[in-house]
Design a protein around this ligand. Structure first.
Ligand SMILES: *Cc1c(COP(=O)(O)O)cnc(C)c1O
Length: 229
C-alpha cells in the first residue's frame, strides 16, 4: 500500500511488458477518502487523481487545486446530463462517455466554451445489464459518432465484471481500441492493474492500494460502481 509502492509495481509491470513506465498514467482514485490522505499523496508530488462523482469532486478539489496548481482530476463515474457543464469545468478527462445524448451535450458546451476534457468511451465489456457503457458490438458506431462531433476522443475505458478473469476484458477493450485507431486504454484497478499494463493500459485507476481502504460507505460505492458502472 502507498503511492511509492504502487509506482514501483507499475514500473516493474511496465518493464516486464517491454513498456516505458512513463507511458502509463497512474490515476490515484480518491473517491470517499479522507482529505488528510489525499493531502499526503499531493505532498508526495502526485498530481493526477480520479473521482467517481461530480458533486463530491466539486466539494473538495477546487480548494486543493488552488493549493496544488498543476493538479488534474479525472471523472471516472457515471455522468448525468444535468451535471455536464459543471463536470467540464472541473475535470481534465471524462472516462465514462457512454451514450449519444451525453456526447451531444458535451459537444454543445464545448462549442460554446471552446474547451473540452479528454474523453474516453466506457465499454461494457462484460455486457452486464446493470452496468454503464456501450456494448462491444455498438462501440465502433459510437466511436464514429463521437468523432463526427469533433470531440477530443482519446480512448476507451472498461470495468470488468467482478467475478471474471479481467485479462479477457482488457484484451477485448484493446482490440476495439486498436481497430478504431484509439491510443488510450483506461483499464486496471487496485486488484488487476499489473494485468492491465500487460494488455496495454495507458491509464490505470488505483484507489485503495494507494490510499488504503475506503470507509464503509465507500466500499458500497465501489461495488455500486462495479455493478452500476
Ligand atoms: C473506485 C474505482 C476505481 C478504483 O478502485 P480500487 O479498487 O480502489 O483501486 C477505479 N475505477 C473506477 C471506475 C472506480 O469506481
Amino acid at each position: 500500500m502507498g503511492l511509492q509502492r504502487i509506482q514501483d509495481r507499475v514500473g516493474v509491470a511496465a518493464r516486464a511488458a517491454g513498456r516505458a513506465p512513463g507511458d502509463i498514467a497512474l490515476i490515484a482514485v480518491s473517491k470517499l477518502q479522507p482529505e488528510s490522505r489525499i493531502a499526503a499523496v499531493l505532498d508526495q508530488g502526485h498530481r493526477l487523481f480520479g473521482e467517481n462523482r461530480v458533486q463530491e469532486a466539486a466539494g473538495r478539489w477546487p480548494a486543493l487545486m488552488a493549493r496544488y496548481p498543476d493538479t488534474r482530476v479525472d471523472l471516472l463515474g457515471p455522468l448525468q446530463s444535468n451535471k455536464v457543464r459543471q463536470a467540464m469545468g472541473l475535470f481534465a478527462a471524462i472516462h465514462s462517455l457512454d451514450r449519444p445524448k451525453l456526447a451531444r451535450r458535451i459537444a454543445d458546451i464545448a462549442q460554446e466554451t471552446g474547451a473540452c476534457p479528454d474523453l474516453f468511451i466506457q465499454v461494457n465489456t462484460g455486457e452486464e445489464p446493470q452496468k454503464a457503457g456501450v456494448l462491444p458490438e455498438d462501440a465502433d458506431a459510437f466511436v464514429a459518432g463521437v468523432r463526427a462531433m469533433d470531440l477530443p476522443l482519446v480512448g476507451l475505458m472498461c470495468i470488468p465484471p467482478v467475478a471474471e478473469e479481467p485479462a479477457l476484458h482488457f484484451a477485448l477493450l484493446a482490440a476495439i481500441a486498436k481497430r478504431n485507431g484509439l491510443a488510450g486504454l483506461s483499464m486496471g484497478m487496485s486488484a488487476d492493474f499489473e494485468t492491465a499494463i500487460a494488455f496495454g493500459a495507458t491509464h490505470i485507476r488505483v484507489g485503495s492500494a494507494i490510499f488504503g481502504d475506503r470507509p464503509p460507505a465507500a466500499r458500497s460505492d465501489a461495488s455500486d460502481s462495479r455493478s452500476a458502472g
